[in-house]
Design a protein around this ligand. Structure first.
Ligand code: MG
Length: 174
């Protein structure tokens, strides 16, 4: 079954948004490097790779389903934050927006009874639960750290140990 135009358009927008997300996280990584938090910067670089792989997953789905991928300009990301806490608060709020967007795509797939797209989206529903947990947990830890430079240093070391993101799939996971 070929993908519908409406669903392909929505996924095209999401490819753009995943790349925009990647751009935001790399911008956060640069800010964290600038502010002597190399471990958190590393965590954000891994996040950048993950968002890139999400874009590829959506891209593969549209291609394999006989749709057209059309790229648009990617918005400029935010470049300034008040603190590491502000960075991770922003990341958490951003992931909630991503989840809502993916649910909207799911509503289209559901209304069309497009099981191929539903299967592909199921992976993303699970992934978004993880993204929200990860960013909100770090946000909570930073809140608890308060002004303690020692705890901030420890958190930075811990986040610096995040393993590299798996490579984007060579073929669709649907
Ligand atoms: Mg993503």
């Amino acid at each position: 079954m070929e993908i519908s135009k409406e669903l392909a358009d929505a996924i095209n927008d999401q490819i753009n948004f995943e790349l925009y997300s990647a751009y935001i996280y790399l911008s956060m990584a640069a800010w964290l490097e600038e502010n002597n938090l190399p471990g958190m910067a590393h965590w954000m670089e891994v996040q950048f790779d993950e968002e890139y792989s999400h874009a590829i997953r959506f891209y593969r789905h549209v291609i394999e389903r006989g749709g057209r991928v059309i790229f648009k300009a990617i918005d400029a990301p935010q470049t300034e934050w008040e603190s590491a806490l502000d960075v991770f608060e922003t990341a958490y709020e951003h992931e909630k927006v991503v989840t809502a967007r993916i649910y909207k795509i799911g509503e289209i797939a559901d209304s069309e009874g497009d099981k191929g797209a539903q299967g592909m989206l199921q992976w993303f529903y699970n992934e978004q639960v993880e993204e929200e947990v990860n960013t909100s947990t770090i946000r909570d830890n930073l809140k608890r750290a308060g002004d303690s430079k020692q705890i901030l240093f420890m958190l930075d070391r811990e986040l610096g140990a995040r393993p590299a993101a798996p490579a984007p799939p060579a073929e669709s996971m649907t």
